[in-house]
Design a protein around this ligand. Sequence first.
Ligand code: MD3
Ligand code: FE
Length: 220
Amino acid sequence: MTFDLFDALPPDPDDPPRSEVLAPGAMVLRGFAREAGAELLAAVSEVSAGSPFRHLITPGGLRMSVAMTNCGERGWVSDRTGYRYDAVDPETERPWPAMPQLFRTLAEDAAAAAGYAGFAPDACLINRYLPGTRLSLHQDRDELDLRAPIVSVSLGLPAVFLWGGLRRADRPTRVRLAHGDVVVWGGPSRLVFHGIAPLAEGDHALTGRERINLTFRKTR
Ligand code: MD3
Ligand code: FE
């Protein structure tokens, strides 16, 4: 039995957030966005005042359980005709709200911290989950330049991220993503199948029963 004085000390809140490599090209920056959380959520409210959250319809005719909106030069949309990035919000028939400067800076800083200096996102897809909401396994491959990473920011209630392989049938591993966690997905991890398990019931100090996820993309 060893008694290490330092092991007995509580974690120092000033410690830099821990980062860990999940897989080649995929890095989780624990708590990277925690400090900015309230401000990020206020910016999400402003975006959704201009382009409201909505449940998109998949090409197969199913209503998605996640509610979505976008900001930036282009936004991801789905309807009976397929998936695409569009400069115009089909709901408002106007351009998507501009990407808040705070969003851009956070995404660029996180990408740089994970080794992707010069990341310049032109789209931010915003996903809203309530208890029970899930996102089934999929690949993100509607972006033209697959060398650019995707940066994702988790806010509010925690979720279980399903992290599969390059084939749909690969059994996914489960990774807990909590408020303030940022993950950068690039390189060999860019095309992995992934999803979100049904959100558990909860009550978060900043979002109540919601989880918000921001994904920053370079679409062309
Ligand atoms: C791995 N969103 O918007 S974020 C999505 O939490 C999406 O809302 C989930 O999957 C969410 O497309 C997961 C993590 C994530 C996002 C994009 C990826 C992981 C990724 C793209 C490639 C590989
Ligand atoms: Fe995805």
